[in-house]
Design a protein around this ligand. Structure first.
Ligand SMILES: NC(=O)c1ccc[n+]([C@@H]2O[C@H](COP(=O)([O-])OP(=O)(O)OC[C@H]3O[C@@H](n4cnc5c(N)ncnc54)[C@H](O)[C@@H]3O)[C@@H](O)[C@H]2O)c1
Length: 336
């Protein structure tokens, strides 16, 4: 199949690209490099340095592809209440543009990468696909709105879609010098340079981390799985539900980092305390299985970061709203 991936220099986009190339698909993709790393793009993929916000450019490069996998995004949930302009533009606006380009080009199927943030605060945990979404921040709201636009365009213009909802995916090729996102890789990057991890709030927030190697099969199957058409499907495990403090302990253990004493800073507004998704639907449709433990995922990430070189953090995005609520990690650049 001819597959186009938006955000191909990103963590997920590049891993999906590599996986699909290994399965014999032809892969092209675009990225504007606001995130990701250029050296993530697999050599065998055709690469366009194009911003998804430009409709005519997107129409041109998407032309003649069977499936488009849309991963491009500024996926900064915590930052989105302080930088809503950049986050909504590169989450909601670019999604509408990409879906318009797909509809105009008669792409057969669009696979959208949503996020657990679409669920927001829920009474029932783990989150199931039929739960009524109540996103609580501009990122989650943008993700949900993008899904809704996709559904409408698919109904009106007659193309298929699959809406995949990953959560807390980790693994090699994830950005690790970005102070705004990716808790596990941030902690690894700090500890590899002998620095203590920084924890928002009490560190008792609970999450389930998914190894990227385990979820790739959901993307490759979503290319043509008939049952998946028109469905929203959570992807990722629901077994190892752990606190951020335990995550720090596991990383310290893998890296043999002695005298772990996390630095606590104020909680971030709107951070959901307990968030995990049910993987039952993915088990039924994609035969999803968790094959890697959290420890194995951290080992893979740490080896890749060490090889590429642990490094200083880069404050590459503007914090648009600065007041007493803005995390000091950003205003005082505490990640060094
Ligand atoms: N990694 C996770 O834990 C996770 C969890 C839930 C959902 N997701 C979703 O998965 C997708 C991929 O996330 P990721 O972790 O790989 O993020 P990432 O930042 O590594 O990759 C996203 C890529 O999109 C690119 N991009 C952003 N705006 C763009 C634009 N306007 N034009 C072209 N390219 C643009 C970035 O440069 C980056 O390379 C996102 O849609 C995200 O919301 C990720």
């Amino acid at each position: 199949m001819k597959v186009f991936i938006t955000g191909i220099a990103g963590f997920l986009g590049s891993r999906i690209a590599k996986d699909l190339l290994s399965k014999g698909h032809q892969v092209s993709g675009c990225d504007n490099l606001i995130g990701g790393y250029l050296d993530n793009v697999p050599d065998d993929a055709e690469f366009f340095q194009v911003d998804c916000m430009y409709l005519n450019a997107m129409k041109k490069i998407i032309k003649d592809h069977d499936v488009v996998i849309h991963t491009a995004c500024t996926a900064y949930e915590g930052l989105s209440v302080f930088s809503p302009h950049v986050v909504t533009q590169n989450t909601f606006q670019i999604s509408s543009t990409v879906f318009a380009a797909c509809a105009a080009n008669h792409v057969k199927r669009v696979i959208n990468c949503s996020s657990m943030a679409r669920y927001g605060h829920q009474e029932v945990i783990p989150f199931r696909e039929h739960a009524v979404p109540v996103p609580v921040d501009p990122y989650g709201i943008s993700k949900l709105a993008a899904e809704q636009v996709l559904q409408v365009l698919s109904e009106v213009h007659g193309f298929e879609f699959v809406n995949l909802v990953p959560h807390n995916i980790i693994g090699a090729h994830q950005k690790y010098d970005d102070p705004f996102r990716n808790v596990a890789s941030i902690m690894i990057n700090l500890m590899l340079r002998g620095k203590q991890p920084i924890v928002y709030g009490d560190g008792l927030q609970k999450r389930c981390f998914s190894d990227v190697r385990d979820i790739l099969t959901c993307f490759s199957q979503a290319l043509d799985n008939k049952v998946a058409a028109g469905q929203t499907i959570n992807i990722g495990p629901d077994e190892e539900f752990i606190t951020i403090l335990d995550l720090a302990k596991t990383i310290a253990d893998v890296l043999n980092f002695k005298n772990l004493e996390p630095v606590f800073v104020a909680p971030r507004p709107r951070e959901v305390k307990y968030a995990t998704c049910s993987a039952d639907k993915a088990r039924n449709i994609f035969n999803y299985k968790t094959n890697h433990t959290l420890r194995q995922s951290i080992e893979e990430m740490a080896q890749w970061i060490e090889k590429r070189g642990a490094k200083k953090f880069r404050y590459h995005l503007d914090v648009e709203i600065i007041n007493e609520k803005t995390p000091k990690t950003w205003t005082e650049k505490l990640f060094t």
